[in-house]
Design a protein around this ligand. Structure first.
Ligand code: AMP
Length: 185
């Protein structure tokens, strides 16, 4: 059983690497962004609640997303471990996750930090053009700022717990996947 968090700024290739890693280990890939986009597409109560926030590149409230993740991690497929992609994004979320796992006698094993510098991130995000409503230059800038102010503090938070595995995010998908596998061995 391996419980892993992938951490990194928007555009770092976090989603791609999280999926690769999950497939290689045979554990579920749990992406909060994907779950929220599915809720928006389904027009559910949750989707209506978060759509405007997502379109603006801001973070949905900690209690809302923490409840979604806690429920997901209690599903049967997560009994063999999980790869969290896009959660936690604040220190409060990290604390709630830790408490939720501890209540089930579980804990995180690794936090993979994909490191890519800012100029490269902006370039990649503008180039990838996935047709996402939050991929315009203004919203990308907003998402980078939110990362720097609210999510980057998790680097020292997890560093202090001895869980952080830093991975250079510059290179081909295969190269980064190899580095990640080596960092989490
Ligand atoms: P992502 O696909 O991970 O970039 O997430 C897309 C958007 O979903 C983010 O910009 C936020 O609006 C929202 N979101 C995803 N995960 C979280 C989270 N852990 N906390 C708050 N908002 C989130």
């Amino acid at each position: 059983m391996t419980n892993v968090v992938f951490l990194g700024p928007p555009g770092a290739g976090k989603g791609t690497q999280a999926i690769r890693f999950a497939e290689a280990r045979g554990i579920p890939h749990v992406s909060t962004g994907d779950m929220l986009r599915a809720a928006v597409a389904a027009g559910s109560e949750l989707g209506r609640q978060v759509q405007e926030i997502m379109d603006g590149g801001r973070l949905v409230p900690d209690d809302v997303i923490a409840a979604v993740v806690a429920a997901r991690l209690r599903e049967d497929d997560c009994a063999v471990g999980f790869v969290l992609d896009g959660f936690p994004r604040t220190v409060v979320q990290a604390e709630v996750l830790e408490a939720e796992l501890a209540s089930r006698s579980l804990a995180l094993d690794h936090v993979v930090q994909l490191e890519v510098e800012d100029a490269e991130l902006t370039r990649r995000m503008l180039a990838r053009s996935q047709g996402r409503a939050d991929d315009t230059p203004e919203v990308i800038q907003q998402r980078l700022e939110v990362y720097a102010s609210q999510t980057a503090p998790l680097i020292s938070y997890y560093g202090g717990k001895g869980l952080l595995r830093r991975v250079d995010g510059l290179g081909t998908v295969d190269e980064i996947a190899e580095r990640t596998a080596a960092a989490v061995s």
